[in-house]
Design a protein around this ligand. Structure first.
Ligand code: GLU
Length: 426
C-alpha cells in the first residue's frame, strides 16, 4: 500500500514550503487510496515547542488535510534509535566516539537514486563523511531517526523538498546496513520568490499563519500551493483538493523551481470568494472583522448584504475590511488624492449639502428612491450623474471604489449618509 508521511519539526510555524510538501504527500496518498501519516521530529528538545506543534496541526487541518493515524513523536522513541544504532555497532558498521555512535562510510561506492521527480541522481560515498547516528547527548541525528521511523511507519514513498537531496544517499546506506527495503524518493524543487530569491517576508509572507490573517481562504491557498509544482490536466487551474487528488500524478510534477506569485494567489482567492455564498463567507469575515476590533455592532443580515455587495470586488478578507471600513467606523480613512479632487472645493460642499437636504425628505430610504433623488439633483444642476456620484461615494465611504452608491447608502442608513454628506467638503 502507498504510505507517505509529513515529518515536521515543531521548531517554528508552518511555512508555505512545508505546507506544500504536506499537501503533495496528501494528494499522492489520496490519489493512490493509500495512507498519509504524520511524524513529529521533535528530537531537539530545546527548540521544539508545543505551541508550534499545535499551530502546525491546526494549519494542516485548516488547509483541508487529514491524516490516517495519530502522529508519532520522535522524542518518545529514543530507546528504539539507540537499539538500532547498537545493532549497527554489533555488526561492525558503526563505532563509538565518546558517548556518540558513528556510522562508518565505506568509500569508493556509487549510489544511484531513481528520483520520482528528477530522474536518476548519482552520489559517491567518497564525498560523504562518517555519519553520527546517536549524538553524545543521547539524541539521534536526523538522518538516522528518519530512516528508523520511515521503516517503522512502513513508508513506501518519501516526497520532500530538494533541500534533502544530499541526505538521501546517507539514508540509503542506513537502510542497507539495517537490512531494510528501500522506499522510493522524490524531491520537490523549492519555492522561490518571483525575484528568484529564497521566499521571505517581503514576498508576502512565509508562514501559513500570515496568509490566514490576511484573509485567504484555505481551499484557495491549498489550490495555489499545489500549482507550485503541478498543473492539473484540466481547462482551469482552479481545482478543489478532492478533484486534484483524483487527477494528481507525481510523474507530472515540475522538476524546476516554483516561483511564488502573490498576485496569482490573490486572483485564485478572489475566484473562491466570488463563488461562495454570503452564508459561507460570514464566519471567516466575522473573524477578520474581530481581528480589526470591529464588526460587533452589525447584524448578520446586514453583514450578509454587505458581503454580497463586496464579494466580487475583493481578493482577500483584508481587502474587505479596507473597503468597508466606513460601515463600521465614523472615523474611517479617506483617500487623500481623491479628496483633493472631489471634495476640497466649495461647489462640492454645496452640492453634497443639497443632496443631504433632499435625501432627508425621503420617507423610504431605499436604493431606488435614493437613486431618483440623486439623478434629479444632477439634472437640475446640469451635471452628469458621475459628477454627483464620485464625491458622494467619497464623502460617505472615504473610497473611490466599492459597491454601487445607492445600495451602499441604503445599507449605511439615512442618518449616517446625511451626516457624512453634510460634514464633507472644505
Ligand atoms: N523534519 C524534516 C524537515 O522538516 C523532515 C525531512 C523529511 O521529510 O525527511 O525538513
Amino acid at each position: 500500500m502507498v504510505t507517505v508521511r509529513f515529518a515536521p519539526s515543531p521548531t517554528g510555524y508552518l511555512h508555505l514550503g512545508s505546507a506544500r510538501t504536506a499537501l503533495f504527500n496528501w494528494l499522492y496518498a489520496r490519489h493512490a487510496k493509500g495512507r498519509f501519516l504524520l511524524r513529529i521530529e521533535d528530537t531537539d528538545k530545546v527548540r521544539s515547542d508545543k505551541k508550534y506543534l499545535d499551530e502546525i496541526l491546526e494549519d494542516l487541518a485548516w488547509l483541508g488535510l487529514d491524516w490516517d493515524a495519530p502522529p508519532i513523536f520522535q522524542s518518545e522513541r529514543f530507546g528504539l534509535y539507540r537499539k538500532k544504532a547498537e545493532e549497527l555497532l554489533a555488526k561492525g558498521a558503526a563505532y563509538r566516539d565518546g558517548d556518540a555512535l558513528i556510522f562508518k562510510i565505506v568509500p569508493g561506492r556509487a549510489i544511484d537514486v531513481e528520483d520520482m521527480i528528477h530522474g536518476r541522481i548519482s552520489f559517491q560515498t567518497d564525498n560523504i563523511k562518517d555519519q553520527v547516528l546517536i549524538k553524545s547527548d543521547g539524541s539521534p541525528a536526523y538522518n538516522f531517526s528518519c530512516v528508523v521511523d520511515d521503516a517503522a511507519q512502513e513508508i513506501s514513498h518519501i516526497l520532500r523538498g530538494d533541500d534533502h537531496i544530499s541526505n538521501t544517499p546517507k539514508q540509503i546506506l542506513f537502510y542497507e546496513a539495517l537490512g531494510l527495503a528501500l522506499p522510493r524518493f522524490g524531491h520537490m524543487p523549492l519555492i522561490m520568490g518571483a525575484d528568484g530569491a529564497k521566499l521571505s517576508k517581503r514576498h508576502g509572507g512565509v508562514s501559513v499563519q500570515e496568509y490566514k490573517s490576511e484573509g485567504f481562504l484555505p481551499d484557495a491557498l491549498a489550490n495555489y500551493l499545489f500549482l507550485l509544482g503541478w498543473t492539473p490536466p484540466t481547462e482551469t487551474e482552479v481545482q478543489h483538493l478532492e478533484e486534484a487528488a483524483k487527477l494528481f500524478e507525481i510523474s507530472a510534477m515540475n522538476d524546476v523551481q516554483a516561483k511564488f506569485d502573490l498576485q496569482k494567489l490573490k486572483w485564485i482567492n478572489g475566484e473562491y470568494i466570488m463563488k461562495k455564498s454570503a452564508a459561507e463567507l460570514l464566519p471567516p469575515i466575522k473573524d477578520q472583522l474581530a481581528s480589526e476590533g470591529w464588526g460587533a455592532g452589525m447584524s448578520d443580515d446586514d453583514l450578509s448584504r454587505l458581503i454580497d455587495m463586496y464579494k466580487i470586488r475583493i481578493k482577500t478578507f483584508r481587502e474587505f475590511t479596507e473597503l468597508t471600513e466606513s460601515f463600521f467606523k465614523d472615523d474611517f480613512a479617506v483617500e487623500e488624492e481623491a479628496k483633493k479632487k472631489y471634495l476640497d472645493r466649495p461647489e462640492s460642499r454645496d452640492l453634497l449639502r443639497e443632496l443631504a437636504g433632499r435625501l432627508e425628505t425621503l420617507d423610504d430610504f431605499k436604493q431606488e428612491k435614493i437613486e431618483a433623488v440623486c439623478r434629479s439633483l444632477a439634472q437640475a444642476r446640469g451635471l452628469k450623474a458621475a459628477d454627483l456620484i464620485h464625491p458622494s461615494r467619497l464623502a460617505v465611504t472615504g473610497k473611490t471604489r466599492g459597491a454601487g452608491l445607492f445600495e451602499l447608502m441604503e445599507l449605511l442608513g439615512r442618518e449616517k449618509v446625511i451626516r457624512r454628506l453634510r460634514l464633507a467638503g472644505p
